[in-house]
Design a protein around this ligand. Structure first.
Ligand SMILES: Nc1ncnc2c1ncn2[C@@H]1O[C@H](COP(=O)(O)OP(=O)(O)OP(=O)(O)O)[C@@H](O)[C@H]1O
Ligand SMILES: O=C(O)C1=C[C@@H](O)[C@@H](O)[C@H](O)C1
Ligand SMILES: [Mg+2]
Length: 171
């Protein structure tokens, strides 16, 4: 595998660990780390909840798509995408063409635990009881799985180690 221009795209549900794992992986590879949600916030000079509240989801998805397309010019970068990013337009196709795609397939139970500790930061997952949150996550997961599953690699929680990914990348 030619590593010079390599990009690694991490996809998965909110709370699956894309930002945390992405940072650790980038550090090991001596790559740059880019968080697509942060790129959107910078471009719009507004937080994600503010963009959803003032401009709506359709607008957010357009900006998300623009920020994703801008990653084409990057090299040696690990990119954490937003939870919904691969599921709109033909974003998953673009991701697969541009680099190595990895689906962090974290369990719903673990997602619920993590997301409930970060209430208020996710406009599509409003504050709710654990049971309701699990149901909501389960529904979203079912709808999104056909997109996430198109990733080149899929890692469950036990497989989500930097060492395992370095092996997949032939390092
Ligand atoms: N392997 C892990 N074990 C335990 N907790 C973790 C792990 N990875 C991430 N977390 C915690 O779970 C929460 C969500 O992680 P993170 O922000 O990396 O997920 P994300 O996929 O980037 O979410 P988002 O879609 O909101 O950007 C954070 O509080 C983080 O500290
Ligand atoms: O799951 C989603 O659709 C989202 C996840 C976040 O990463 C943000 O991109 C935004 O809150 C939307
Ligand atoms: Mg993140």
């Amino acid at each position: 595998m030619v590593l010079k221009d390599l990009k690694v795209y991490l996809i998965g549900m909110p709370g699956s660990g894309k930002s945390t794992f992405g940072n650790a992986l980038a550090q090991q590879l001596a790559y740059t780390f880019v968080d697509l949600d942060a790129s959107i916030e910078e471009k719009e000079q507004a937080s994600i909840p503010e963009i959803f509240a003032h401009k709506g989801e359709a607008y957010f998805r357009i900006v998300e798509r623009e920020c994703l397309l801008e990653t084409a010019s990057l090299e040696q970068t690990v990119i954490a995408t937003g939870g919904g990013a691969p599921c709109f337009y033909n974003n998953i196709q673009f991701i697969k063409e541009q680099g190595v795609s990895i689906f962090l397939n974290t369990s719903i139970e673990e997602l619920a635990k993590r997301v409930s500790q970060q209430q208020g930061q996710r406009p599509l997952l409003p504050q709710q009881e654990k049971e309701e949150l699990m149901e909501e996550l389960q529904k979203k997961y079912a709808l999104r799985l056909p997109y996430y599953q198109q990733a080149q690699f899929s890692l469950n929680e036990a497989e989500q180690s930097v060492e395992a990914v370095l092996k997949l990348l032939g390092r």
